[in-house]
Design a protein around this ligand. Structure first.
Ligand code: MG
Ligand code: ZN
Length: 189
């Protein structure tokens, strides 16, 4: 039996696809990074499926609502040419409220959003990859057979790389931005 496995690339949102500007409360605050759309086009043309996984504790902090986030993701989806298969988010924060406080398993570096993707979309972790600009983005893949790429397009890299090193985690690759990450991903067998 021939089984076709769609290879999935998990992408962080802020600092990876769009500029890291702190909490994004409305679509007007979105700035898609240069080259991000082109990078997504190349991934999709190569048969990869793109899934965004993002911490959105602003909901638990009462800074914006699920409906506000839906508007932000609606705009981002359009600006990214409709190429993102799914936007998965964690609305929680341990110290938050508004119905979203307390511990959860989907806040990165927890792996809950990856498991959600597996259940919703049938993602096969073997052969999947993950790109992010913060330590906790990459740490969510710890112990899973997912290739990790750290990009320098968001949070200050020295601090994030130090956190990764302290956790004993070495990214499979480092790249300047998503475009360079895709160069590496598509060159892999
Ligand atoms: Mg980020
Ligand atoms: Zn959560």
């Amino acid at each position: 039996m021939i089984r076709t496995v769609i290879r999935t690339v998990f992408l962080d949102r802020d600092g990876t696809l769009n500029a890291e500007v702190g909490f994004v409360r409305s679509p007007d605050q979105l700035r898609v990074l240069p080259g991000a759309l082109q990078a997504l086009r190349r991934l999709c043309a190569a048969g990869r499926r793109v899934v965004v996984v993002t911490n959105q504790s602003g909901i638990a902090r009462g800074l914006y609502s699920e409906a506000d986030l839906a508007r932000v993701h609606g705009r981002l989806h359009a600006e990214l040419g409709g190429l993102v298969a799914a936007f998965l988010h964690c609305p929680h924060h341990p110290d938050g409220g508004f119905g979203y406080g307390g511990a959860c398993d989907c806040r990165k570096p927890g792996a809950g959003l990856l498991h959600q993707a597996r259940e919703l979309l049938g993602v096969d972790f073997a052969g999947a990859a993950l790109v992010g600009d913060s330590a906790r983005d990459l740490l969510m893949a710890q112990g899973l057979p997912i290739a990790t790429v750290y990009v320098h397009s968001g949070k200050p890299p020295p601090q994030e790389l130090e956190t990764l090193a302290a956790a004993g985690f070495t990214p499979d690759h480092e790249a300047a931005d998503l475009g360079a990450a895709v160069d590496w991903l598509l060159a892999r067998p």
